[in-house]
Design a protein around this ligand. Structure first.
Ligand SMILES: [Zn+2]
Ligand SMILES: [Zn+2]
Length: 335
């Protein structure tokens, strides 16, 4: 299996534009509004804001995020069925694995290798989570590790407060952009840059596919008691919102609640409940002490579903070079 190497190609100008800092001139209001709306569909659209607004929530940009929460209330109209719950749970599990195994342990930390095809498949599944593209996600996560629990950490509950670390930080103009200088190893793949630029594309396709599946099942298997609207609300909106809040508990709660096995400069914690919810990410103090391992549950009893999934993928030849936990790391453990 070939380890993918980023092709050496120049970044297109519009991609570079998406990485740059803001220019601090106010543009006419209608043009600014149009560009802001365009960013819902094309994240490379540049919107200038004053420096003072860089760290404030961009409420227009936040509309889809708020709307997705409100769409979950649709369960009152569409009802529920076992098949809808099953699809919602299966999509939670598959997408949580894509986020933890690939967005986090692969794209952000390069803790194993894989082929360009597998890389793209899991980048696409990750993109369906509505947590932006793989380059954006990895660039901000690397920033988090570099400056964990300092003023330069994008989401520290200790520095910025709990709510900000959970749902505020990514809604600001400053954190909207992808700094490609933090992910030079990934930015050379045009397919990954496409997913990053049009980060709404995969979620929309998933939502349409779920609606179509519901309509089809209603027609060919009416005994299942589902419909297009029900599959859309449960399979897409509820599953995605639960997945989102579970993921960001690692930014908020995993720097607040739990035990500290390792003396790290940050405030990261190990927390079994968060580890169960996020397929292993709750062993966050382990991870901050040694982020280079593909494994985050360092002891055999520390349940790490992502690690088991990656071991299975390695056995199937889909990934390779999983990085273990070195003995010197375990020797530094306090319990
Ligand atoms: Zn952390
Ligand atoms: Zn990490």
């Amino acid at each position: 299996m070939a380890t993918p190497r980023p092709p050496r190609i120049a970044l297109p100008r519009r991609v570079e534009a998406s990485t740059g800092g803001a220019t601090h001139q106010a543009s006419p209001k209608p043009a600014w509004l149009l560009r802001t709306l365009r960013r819902w569909f094309d994240t490379s659209a540049v919107v200038e804001v004053d420096e003072a607004r860089e760290d404030r929530i961009d409420w227009l940009r936040a509309v889809p995020f708020v709307a997705m929460h409100l769409a979950c209330l649709g369960v009152a109209w569409v009802g529920v069925s076992p098949i809808a719950l099953l699809v919602a749970a299966a999509l939670y599990a598959l997408r949580m694995f894509a986020l933890t195994g690939f967005y986090h342990r692969y794209f952000s930390h390069r803790s194993f290798q894989t082929s360009r095809t597998v890389q793209f498949v899991f980048a696409t599944i990750g993109a369906s989570c509505v947590q932006r593209g793989p380059l954006w996600w990895a660039a901000h996560h690397r920033q988090h590790h570099r400056h964990a629990d300092t003023a330069n950490d994008p989401h520290s509950p200790g520095v910025h407060g709990f709510l900000w670390s959970h749902v505020g930080w990514f809604l600001t103009p400053r954190n909207f952009r992808t700094d490609l200088s933090r992910v030079p190893d990934l930015a050379g793949y045009p397919e990954l840059r496409w997913l990053d630029r049009y980060d709404i594309a995969v979620p929309v396709l998933l939502a349409l596919a779920l609606y179509g599946l519901g309509v089809l099942l209603q027609d060919i298997a009416p005994q299942l008691g589902t419909s297009g609207g029900q599959m859309l609300v449960w399979g897409f909106f509820v599953s995605t919102i639960v997945l989102f809040h579970a993921t960001v508990t690692i930014n908020s709660l995993a720097h607040r609640l739990g035990r500290r096995r390792f003396e790290t400069k940050d405030d990261s914690r190990n927390n079994l409940w968060l580890a169960l919810l996020t397929f292993g990410e709750g062993w966050h103090n382990n991870h901050h002490f040694f982020p280079g391992s593909s494994r985050q549950g360092f002891r055999w009893w520390e349940v790490d579903l992502t690690w088991y999934g990656l071991k299975l993928m390695a056995a199937l030849g889909l990934v390779r070079g999983l990085k273990p936990v070195p003995a010197w790391v375990l020797a530094r453990a306090r319990y």
